[in-house]
Design a protein around this ligand. Sequence first.
Ligand code: GLU
Length: 440
Amino acid sequence: MSEIKVRFAPSPTGYMHIGNTRTALFNWLLAKKLGGKFMLRIDDTDKLRSKEEYELSLRDSLKWLGLVWEEEARQSARFDRYNEVVEQLKKEGRIYACYETAEELEFMRKRLMNKGLPPIYERSALKLTAEQIAAYEKEGRKPHYRFKLVDGEIKWNDMVRGEVKYEAKNLSDPIIIREDGSFLYHLPSVIDDHDFGITHIIRGEDHVTNTASQVQMFEALGGIVPTFGHLPLLTGKEGKLSKRLGSLGVRELKAEGIEAMAISSFLAKLGTSESIEPFYDLESLAKSLDLSKIGRSQPKFDVEELETFNTKFIHGAPYEYVKGRIDADENFWNAVKGNLTFVKDITAWEDICHKEVKPIIEDSALTEAAADLLPAEPWNEETFNLWVNEVKAKTGKKGKDLFHPIRKALTAQENGPELKILMPLMGRNKAYKRLKGEAA
Ligand code: GLU
């Protein structure tokens, strides 16, 4: 069996968004699960719309998500190879020149539709005589080129959709080269997949019809046909995935404080029969990958659900997950994480321990008595309970009436992590002054 290899093939005509992140993720996870390789292919044949800025950003986003690649290629560097294949396929009669203008093609489509027929290209170009071609060329018409499909059934076993079947005669021969000589996506993609030994391709279901003609292109190249999986496209809350959501950038989510692994955990299970649960590393997410669990209907993507999930993700995150990104130790992380919306918010709690806080005094008799009962340092997590019991005995306060004024004096917050963890970190000096009503 040949080596497993998958690829992610973005066109650098925009930033990484939720839609292409999902495609990249599924391919990466499949490679990981099958012990194969992940390749990045930059589909930059569209010179006008491709921008370096987008490509750099796509690379950054992939790295941030942890979707690292082991190999890469760029389509704009491979035109010689594409032209070589085109010449070969022309000789074999699989690529042919067409001279219809866009208006003529539109007219032909309309004529067929008016007759109640499907608008399939009738291969009129193949019926042109040498004289007609010479006349067109003299007129200054430039040919575009189509790939000739062979009659018969095209079928594949889709990793997501199961068996998919097409009759070639129900498809138009795809245009592969435009009048100006530029390539459309179809053929270069197949040449690359063939040359780089791509074995599995996961992409959006908007490519299913392309796949039908591409299966024949793989066969024309004499190579293996990769295994395909077509994911149902995401939709927004109100049906179609809106422009805003569809292009919701990974950069924006990152800036907001959404965790890369929260995005991956969320996208990997959205629209599957499994529940969306946090995975704290891509390897375990890859182990859980099961493409047969992907439903056929289009899953709804709601950014607010992702945000809510992100909070749940952070509340459950083990220290290992954030180690190296935060100053706090494991104890502090475990005490504080349940109060965080974003990991970056941890600094607010660190500041409460280490920087100046203006206390809020609700019951000065209680908090002043509490200050006077503070034991000498060193403090540990036991200190708080021993001390609070003494305060309780002395003041007769209990429950909320006891804890709430102490919390507000020490932290100036309504809620927060356990005081037994925060107190030793702020130290006796700050605790004493705050309980006495002084900023410290
Ligand atoms: N560049 C193509 C796209 O972004 C790649 C499609 C494919 O995966 O074959 O749609």
